[in-house]
Design a protein around this ligand. Structure first.
Ligand SMILES: NC(=O)c1ccc[n+]([C@@H]2O[C@H](COP(=O)([O-])OP(=O)(O)OC[C@H]3O[C@@H](n4cnc5c(N)ncnc54)[C@H](OP(=O)(O)O)[C@@H]3O)[C@@H](O)[C@H]2O)c1
Length: 225
């Protein structure tokens, strides 16, 4: 029987590539996008394209009704925003702060709460897309303050979720995709999107219960918090 993955934030970039690669491997792919009609053109036809805005509780609930109790082998919480791309220490405005934190922190909390049990039932994986920019111990930069803070919080969301859903059977991890050539990463980034996602899929496939609560990059390297 084929496996099922739910990808949150699959309209472009890393999320879209996850959908394309898992579909090509024969998985059932549920792709959550804010504007599915925009993604339709480049999404494989067999992908179940669903409306999903992870900052909107109604949108998450509607997807929950659609999936009902369907077992999920993998939940990828990929949706994320960069927010103000400042070069120096610079507090964001209220609206920018709210958007970054709602998307990168509250969104993963709500997605895991909504679908964690579906994953635990299969002994599957919850993969939250974080970033090395959220690793407090290795921080040397002073740019993208809101984004860095949000991803540090994303990491905590993942760790707490690991404590909740690990004992129920899921493996919960946060992943760093590398610096990837997407709209967010920009054209000068070091890693191509297909290379990043191939690596991330390999990492996910190799996970076991002992990895619950880990922070790993797309090569499988363990990252410090
Ligand atoms: N690229 C990098 O170098 C890099 C490095 C480290 C971590 N990451 C992380 O990897 C993830 C994907 O990044 P990316 O480079 O692929 O970014 P991207 O090209 O900017 O794509 C972001 C994706 O997130 C979706 N999204 C944003 N807000 C959403 C919401 N409220 N609900 C649903 N979907 C939403 C976007 O949908 P729309 O099309 O509707 O906007 C889009 O599909 C992010 O979490 C990012 O922080 C990226």
């Amino acid at each position: 029987m084929s496996k099922t993955v739910l990808i949150a934030g699959a309209s472009r970039g890393i999320g879209l590539e996850f959908a394309v690669q898992y579909a090509a491997e024969g998985w059932q792919v549920v792709a959550g996008c804010r504007s599915p009609e925009k993604a339709k053109g480049w999404m494989p036809a067999k992908v179940d394209l669903q409306v999903l805005d992870i900052t909107d509780t109604n949108s998450i609930a509607t997807l929950g009704w659609h999936l009902d109790d369907e077992p999920l082998d993998l939940l990828v919480v990929n949706a994320g925003v960069l927010g103000p791309d400042t070069n120096s220490f610079s507090a964001p405005g209220d609206a920018a702060f709210d958007q970054v934190m709602h998307t990168n922190v509250l969104g993963p909390m709500r997605m895991i709460q909504a679908f964690g049990a579906n994953v635990a039932r299969t002994g599957g994986v919850i993969a939250v897309m974080s970033s090395k920019m959220g690793a407090i111990g290795s921080t040397t930069g002073k740019d993208a303050l809101a984004y860095r803070c949000s991803k540090a919080a994303t990491n905590m969301v993942t760790r707490v979720a690991a404590n909740e859903y690990g004992p129920l059977g899921a493996t919960v991890v946060c992943l760093h995709p590398g610096w990837v050539r997407t709209d967010m990463g920009g054209p000068n980034a070091m890693v191509g999107v297909s290379e990043s996602v191939e690596g991330l899929r390999k990492v996910i496939a190799g996970l076991g219960p002992d990895d619950n609560g880990s922070f790993l990059d797309y090569t499988g390297h363990r990252l410090d918090w």
